[in-house]
Write a protein that binds this ligand. Sequence first.
Ligand code: ZN
Length: 363
Amino acid sequence: MRNSLKYKITLTCTLVLFSNFLQAQLISDYHISKNYNCSTCNLKSATIHSFKTMRVNIHFILRSNGTGNFSETSNINGNPSGENGYWLADVIINAANNYLFYNLQMTQQLSYNPIPVEDINYNYKLNGVFFHRNDSFFECYYSPSSLIRNNGSVINVFLFAGNDGRGAAGYDRLWLGGMSQAYTDYLNYSNIWFIQHDANPLNHEIGHVLSLDHPKRSPGGDTCIVGGVQYFDNCDDTPTFMELINDGYTNPYQWCNGQKSNNLMDYSCDQRALTPCQINQVHSYIETSFSDYLYGNFQNSYAQITSFSENTAYIAETVEIPTGVSITIPNSKRLYIEAQELVINGEFEVPLGSTFEFVPFGL
Ligand SMILES: [Zn+2]
């Protein structure tokens, strides 16, 4: 039944562009609410101290003529550059992991209930980078299931050029806009932070994938109304809107000053902190419902590579290029393998300019 949730996000071409002054902050996102077996926040993960690494694929949606986004060989402005899609994927995943490594104290605290800072204990492994050339998907900011790679084993992240500040998350996939703005700011200010900072909304969307909700916003990001609807997540230690108001806050929704929240699942200029409950919920969700996505957890014992033209990532205990098969990786393309054992019985060529990435699991 859970799989039926996979297709519940619907995106249209009618999204309105906002101004860009809120760089790398979510101004709107939408997610499905998982609410898996959790009516109150008292989930305690049995494996919270076991560090967990989730596989992540990065996808770039380009126009059909190859422009409009980072490609295998060029930057987002179409210029041949080492600052290509592979580079961007590394920058944003490394930054995301760095943010997750250093949990922060919650800025929004209740005077009577201090929130401790605990280790987050999860991060990501970049499983593969993929490029798609399709005008409809580019213009609509849409990523259909046909673009998913390693279905059921990897969180698929789609990075779009426009729609800065917007994102969405489904069951095991998400999309994030703003790559053009981030790269332009990086060039203008000679500061890689402008790209790294997009790791905050990336971590937010993956937080949704890992079952977290907004502490005090609707699934669409709307604020609650005093005296009207009040939204909650499943966590008792994330202060609610009314708890904050009753404890002296006048505006718990501020973006970047004064009383702003820095919780990863709130909207602000600094989405960083996770509470002990949120950390427990993520670890509980992974161990009960999402373990197939853990790096090193193989769903297939064997996979064969019989041809190669576009970037592909293979995940199996044993991966083989069988006898009689001849594989040559084209220029600028990449073959990714996660396995305990790689068997090459056929012909395998990695010419200059192409890349073969294989790190035996456990090394
Ligand atoms: Zn969100």
